[in-house]
Design a protein around this ligand. Structure first.
Ligand code: ADE
Length: 290
């Protein structure tokens, strides 16, 4: 997968060279390039923002700077004629353009899973201040990226998929941290990224809207706190059941909204028993707090 990131703080993305993501880049599973938006400015101050039309606090990022930059980044379609799938398994080269935005749909595990296989090219545009002029996403969605080296307004263009996502109901200083979070969530799902792909299968949110059960390692007693006895029983059936019950109980307390999304028809007899004991009813389409 190829990932391009545009920001006024390209250094933010050095964190992506650490750990498993750094290794994945060295192994060719993902390649990440960053661009400094200010390289596309023309004035002596390298200004990228202006006051909001209609008034109001803060500054808005100028569309013409973003468009000059994005035309160049999105117009570079060196992979466009590749016919074989890369490590991500996707053969689609047309980039998906993503703008982190606190006023957008929530980015979830489902989004990460879908994006990890829907294109082998993602371009992130990270805004600062009050965000990017709203015409920028609209332009690439409707008019699109240039298809030739000529990036002028009359160049042939191809509309592309443009998405905007929030990573949570809080406001950050800009899209950089949000882009890092999304990139990590997406790339770790690429085939070959994880040494042990099983570690993804049982994680929170992966197959069902449930939080993961608590995990323990040795020593089995530490500072007077013992690991639950059953985990040392060697009885895999009982261990699985214990962990499943812990997941259900933890989700009921911390994220009851998630528990309400489970499909009653897909619950086992024991799941239903556990949920009833936790004070939930399971006779409708979804569990409800009794
Ligand atoms: N930019 C600022 N806050 C954000 C958020 N919560 N999600 C995505 N982008 C953002």
């Amino acid at each position: 997968m190829r990932i391009d990131i545009v920001s006024v703080f390209p250094d933010y993305f050095r964190v992506l060279n650490l750990g498993l993501l750094g290794k994945a880049q060295k192994r060719g599973i993902v390649s990440i390039a960053t661009y400094d938006l200010r390289d596309w400015t023309h004035d002596i101050h390298h200004s990228v923002d202006d006051t909001p039309v209609g008034g109001g606090a803060g500054m808005v990022m100028k569309p013409e700077i973003w468009a000059e930059c994005l035309d160049e980044v999105l117009g570079d379609n060196e992979d466009a004629n590749a016919s074989t799938a890369d490590a991500s398994g996707s053969t689609v080269d047309v980039p998906i353009l993503i703008f982190p935005n606190p006023s957008a749909p929530l980015f979830t595990q489902e989004t990460a899973t879908e994006l990890s296989c829907s294109s082998r090219r993602l371009v992130f545009g990270c805004g600062r201040y009050e965000g990017i002029d709203a015409r920028v996403p609209e332009y690439y969605r409707t008019v699109g990226r240039p298809l030739t080296a000529d990036h002028g307004e009359n160049a042939p263009r191809q509309p592309i998929e443009v998405r905007e996502y929030s990573i949570g109901d809080y406001v950050l200083n800009g899209g950089e941290v949000a882009a890092c979070a999304m990139i990590e969530a997406i790339t770790r799902l690429l085939p070959g990224f994880m040494g042990n792909p099983d570690s993804i299968v049982k994680e929170s949110y992966t197959s069902e809207p449930l939080l993961e059960y608590p995990q323990y390692t040795r020593p089995t007693t530490w500072r007077g706190l013992a690991v639950p006895e059953i985990l040392m029983s060697g009885d895999h059936g009982r261990v699985d059941r214990f962990r499943r019950d812990q997941s259900l109980a933890k989700t009921a307390v911390i994220r009851p909204d998630l528990l309400g999304q489970l499909e009653c028809a897909k619950l086992s007899k024991q799941d239903r028993k556990t949920l009833i004991a936790l004070g939930w009813t399971v006779n409708g389409q979804h569990p409800r707090k009794a």
